[in-house]
Design a protein. Structure first.
Length: 150
């Protein structure tokens, strides 16, 4: 993942987490769109990586779809081994950070969904419009307080 994609991913994920934490769910759609854009960049980078690995596979004696770990094992003596090892370590750290963010966002989304369901369950009114005599059953529901921060 390129540096700009990594920064974009981190920024978008952090923004989404802050939106969820602060109850600003109306902006969540834009944050989600930004995450989708970053995922598009990641897919493009993955395709470019596949092309490069296929091009050097014969020279380094690897498969055309070699993983970064396999590239480290087959790298020629010199700086490539150190460079590839550093990239493998950095990608592992980024993957761990992404997993943590995903888990935190999942928790926050589930909490927001549960809160929304509880709120909706509390405001349901009787849907009966007529009573047994055929007259309108217009009951005035009690007053409700809503959190205006949503």
């Amino acid at each position: 993942m390129s540096g700009s994609s990594s920064n974009c991913w981190s920024s978008s994920s952090t923004k989404n987490r802050l939106l969820l934490t602060n109850g600003k769910t109306r902006w969540l759609q834009q944050g989600t769109r930004e995450v989708e854009q970053v995922l598009g960049h990641v897919q493009e980078a993955g395709l470019a990586r596949s092309v490069e690995v296929a091009a050097m596979s014969a020279e380094w004696g690897t498969n055309e779809d070699a993983t970064l770990r396999e590239l480290v094992a087959h790298a020629p003596v010199g700086p490539w081994t150190e460079i590839m090892t550093a990239h493998l370590k950095a990608l592992g750290e980024l993957a761990a950070q992404i997993k943590e963010l995903r888990d935190a966002n999942d928790y926050l989304l589930r909490s927001a969904a549960r809160s929304s369901q509880e709120t909706l369950a509390d405001i349901r009114v009787n849907t009966n419009t007529y009573d047994a005599r055929g007259t309108a059953d217009a009951q005035t529901p009690p007053a409700r307080l809503f959190d205006q921060s949503f």
